[in-house]
Design a protein around this ligand. Sequence first.
Ligand code: HEM
Length: 304
Amino acid sequence: MFYECKGMGFAPYGDYWRQVRKMSAVELFSHQRVHSFQFVRDEEIELLINKIRSTCGKGESINLSKMLVFVSSNIVSRSILSHRSEAEDGCSKFGELVKRLMVLFTGFCVGDMFPYLRWVDVLTGYIPRGTDTSATATEWIMAELLKHPNAMKNVQQEVRNVVVGNKSKVDQDDIAKMEYLKCVVKETLRLHPPVVFVPRKTSAKIPNGGKTEKSSPERFENSSIDFQGQDFHYIPFDFGRRGCPGMSFGVASVEYVMASLLYWVDWKLPAGEIFENVDMTKLYGLTVCKKTHLHALAIPHSSF
Ligand code: HEM
């Protein structure tokens, strides 16, 4: 599957890696290209929202983890390969096989370091996700919002104040104005970076020490700290030569999926679940996703 390490992420530093990195920077990850894939994001989001609408009338909770993998994989594969990767149920045989192999591969390489990766889960294919960074980020953002109803209320209010008029979709200009949403994304990437091959622990005291494990999107308000790789204490996309080339692609996807989910739908925890008890245990694989799937009740807010 890694084709003798020809995939960019696993290719050793050298001429080949330099060439594919340069090519993908122009063809896939440039600002212009990311912008040109907006029609893909629009179509996939429309399908997602329609699917949520058709399920939520029955009062059943939705498996958001599965849905987010579905939408994110399709955005990536339609942009790169021009066709969808996932079957309607979100688990095409090929997609499933790739995901299992990825988790298995990571497990073999780094299993000693990651106690949460259960071999029995890996071998039986219990883990149906964990390779998709954008879906993982979105899953953590929704989990944090469901766990913090005030932040959910604030961000939803912002999204609905910004998207005015009878629009059929949230557009890019709207997203540029969603300051609080951007803080929520940054804060979740701080608390739950989806890619951590080598886990780190801080060795020095941090200014507001003691509160750093608490989710607080406000810490990014009026702050210039960004994930572009200039602020070395905050690098969810890494930096330097092997830093993430897909940052703009990933952020565009995460912000757009989140703004749309918050605009069209009200979200609640399933009956009987309380926000203090949302399970935030991490599952370490190629990405660090939520160990248990995230379920939520969707209540449609407005219509397309
Ligand atoms: C929220 C979303 C994302 C996060 C947090 C993220 C994070 C990261 C990080 C931390 C690395 C560096 C890993 C290392 O140090 O070895 C990385 C590398 C990489 N990412 Fe992302 N990523 C995201 C989205 C994406 C997307 C959407 C794509 C492609 C469509 C992508 C493609 C890559 C590739 C190809 C590399 C390897 C680069 C190289 O080795 O030269 N990423 N990512």
